[in-house]
Ligand binder design. Sequence first.
Ligand code: OGA
Ligand code: NI
Length: 352
Amino acid sequence: MAESAPAFKTQMVQKSVQELVLNGDELPENYIHKDRDGGDLDVPLVEIPVVNLGLLKSLSTSKEELQKLRSALSTWGCIQLTNHGMTPSFLDEVREVTKQFFALPMEEKQKYSRDAKSADGIEGYGNDKILSEKQILNGTERLHITLNPEQRKLKFWPENPKVFRDILNDYTIKLSMVIEIILTAMARSLDLEDNCFLDQYGKEGKMNAGFNYYPKCPRPDLVIGIEEHTDAAAITFLLQDNEVEGLQFQKDNQWFKVPIIPEALLVIVGDQAEIMSNGIFKSPVHRVVTNSERERISLAVFCLPGFNEEIGPIDRLVDESRPRLYKKVKNYVSIYLEYFKQRKRPIEAVKI
Ligand code: OGA
Ligand code: NI
């Protein structure tokens, strides 16, 4: 899920699915999706368009690539981004430190636990927060970290494995260049001023990392990895496991699974980019299914406009044929969480 609530109580004693599986315990009620029929696990594969970042950057080569970007983001809300400046071996290192962290003993991981009482909000290691009694829990362990240098809380940055912090720092620097290029290209693909999305993203745009670990789960028909949702961000960069699939997108009421391209980053439109583009770019509903044979990891980096920035549909995207679909809004994440908790689609809250 995109962002969890800072203000809600956390049940810290909750056992992870991993512990339950290792102990041979029965899965507790709140992990079981009673309305799941299991029949939808084996869904068709979708070929998400592959976009080459190198080609997007240069005026002479970008035309066709921009066209591809626009068409993919306005249908699937997603691209597989290649040639983004990070080598396959660097991406493997990022995956490797993620796996190593989650493989640590529980006491070691809990050194980085989310603190329910402090103002640190969602940052830290843990399971899902309990937001409401009705909530169905996701079968995942997560580590949330704020990446922006000035807002870093190093107490949540694992020192084990030793290279974790350095690698995450490098990854942050590289992604902050990529986000600028992507937001610029998105504007160009719609014939807008280069900076229009970047200006709304603002100088205080925030990057939050969500490391996910999906343990092997004996009943993928009953337990979901991450429940269906859209992301609250403007853009999410998802580094998928290089071998194990699990992510699915919904389009026209049908689920599709996303293939793995190990050297690519999956770029997903979040609700805030849908709002800024007046609905042209689509924030896709997605979920993660569990796997009975193999564990899976992923790393989502959510790029969020600064909380003090007002975001809203770009004026030039509003006209008679395309009326304004969304209100202007500040701190969309708090609205998102309120709606998410009520199991409503958050973007509905800002529809006109
Ligand atoms: C998320 C998400 C997908 C994945 O964290 O919001 O959608 O493949 N993750 O883990
Ligand atoms: Ni997501």
